[in-house]
Design a protein. Structure first.
Length: 455
């Protein structure tokens, strides 16, 4: 019996191997606040990334991030606990920040991590913008905790010239209110929002005891905070990174629009004309303090100075500022008293003060620029500097000698107690565990082990 069935027609199958997108080594964790003034800092992002993988931060740096560094000295720092002395530069604009950004972008396959640093403004901002230790707003921490928002550290908190919270307009805290310790950017036992030393919560809803700023100081601090946070916000929207020639062009436009001569401009800022000349020629970049002063005088934002073609257009306001400051000169001219400076330098040389001051400190004490003093009194400056360098050398030798004696004594003590004097055992008992990173300390340790017949 034959069955006459219609033949079914099946669709063709595509048996080619589909293109699979590349996989990241670490989670593709989204940064917080990109494109806003509250963008997260890179050190905060690293903490959240380590927490997402359920590993401590040091292991993440040593085993993963450090393997992608191109510079040998950074590979050495990555093996240290907390990255040693380079940790504050991770949020900055130098090669350290660039290495960390590139390493983390390779590991997460993200392309927006540079905005968690100030790398976008490398060409127009001087180094040294990042503060030595962390700062935070207790009210921000408390609000995020109450509202179940992620706890993180905004990038603007790490800028050294910012001292106010952008939201609550209260001074940022710079030490734990319980143990009074200043907090480093990286620590193995840190939880965001907590003190790693005493494990206390850093948030606070009571702010009656917070110190208040004076009116004049408050207005300046508020202007600085708003100007710097605007830079962090707009970094994400830049078409191209500005260079130092943009600062040069902006300063020249400023002088031209106000019909200011170089000497008038330098007198306004209380600076030497040669310094301002270097700015207008583009050979040096002004410090952030003077850039902000110029912006405040002209009532323009720092971002406008860097991004707009000619932001200095409000001539009426600038004229009013100059008129108000003519009677009580905003920044007075400085005169050089040759005989007075000479007598003060001679007094420093004769005094034999201990410890001897550096030439920079002497210039500061006599209220005169270091370059001016060196130009007029090169021999005196040389004598003061030589004495200071001799003192520094002697102090260094004395400290190294004390370190070596401490290491030798502790190594012998551990051996006498029946404990193997390993580097870890020494670090646990040393007053400053980090001295074992010094070459002289390690050499003394090995020499003592050999004398004990252990090595």
């Amino acid at each position: 019996m034959l069955f006459n069935k219609e033949k079914e027609i099946y669709n063709f199958w595509d048996v080619s191997i589909p293109e699979i997108p590349s996989r990241s080594r670490l989670y593709d964790l989204d940064p917080i606040g990109i494109g806003t003034p509250f963008v997260e800092s890179l050190t905060s992002y690293m903490y959240r990334l380590a927490d997402a993988h359920n590993v401590n931060l040091y292991k993440l740096i040593q085993k993963e991030i450090g393997r992608y560094f191109n510079k040998l000295y950074l590979q050495g720092h990555a093996s240290e606990r907390g990255c040693g002395s380079i940790q504050k530069y991770i949020n900055s604009s130098g090669p350290v920040a660039l290495e960390f950004v590139q390493a983390l972008e390779d590991l997460t396959l993200r392309k927006d991590l540079m905005y968690l640093t100030i790398l976008s403004w490398t060409g127009v901002l001087n180094k040294g913008l990042i503060r030595q230790y962390k700062a935070w707003c207790p009210l921000c921490f408390e609000e995020w905790k109450v509202n179940n928002k992620p706890i993180y550290e905004p990038l603007y908190w790490s800028l050294g010239n910012i001292h106010l919270c952008l939201v609550h307009e209260i001074p940022l805290k710079e030490e734990c209110p319980y143990c009074k310790k200043k907090l480093l950017y990286l620590h193995n036992y840190l939880r965001l929002g907590f003190c790693y030393s005493c494990n206390s919560w850093l948030g606070d809803e009571i702010h009656a005891d917070f110190p208040s700023c004076s009116i004049l100081n408050f207005e300046w601090e508020k202007f600085v905070t708003e100007s710097m946070s605007k830079l962090l916000e707009m970094a994400f929207y830049l078409n191209k990174m500005p260079t130092k020639y943009k600062v040069k062009s902006a300063l020249n436009n400023f002088m031209k629009s106000r019909s200011l001569k170089l000497t008038e401009f330098s007198n306004l800022l209380n600076l030497n004309a040669s310094t301002v000349c270097c700015w207008t020629k583009g050979t040096h970049i002004p410090s952030i303090e003077y850039l902000l002063k110029i912006c405040q005088l002209s009532n323009v934002s720092l971002y406008s100075m860097f991004a707009e073609e000619n932001p200095f257009v409000n001539e009426d306001l600038f004229s009013l500022i100059l008129e108000n400051n003519d009677s009580k000169r905003l920044i007075s001219n400085r005169t050089f008293d040759y005989e007075k400076v000479k007598s003060e330098l001679e007094a420093v040389i004769i005094s034999n003060e201990a410890p001897p001051p550096s030439m920079a400190q002497v210039a500061k004490n006599i209220s005169c620029s270091l370059s001016t003093v060196k130009r007029h009194f090169p021999e005196y400056c040389k004598e003061i500097s030589t004495r200071y360098l001799r003192y520094r050398t002697e102090e260094k030798e004395r400290r190294i000698d004390e370190i070596c004696k401490e290491v030798e004594m502790l190594t012998k003590k551990l051996h006498a107690e029946g404990i193997y004097p390993s580097r870890r055992s020494l670090r646990k008992r040393l007053v400053n565990p980090n001295i074992m990173f010094k070459k002289e300390a390690r050499e003394t340790w090995k020499k003592t082990l050999r004398s004990l017949g252990i090595l």
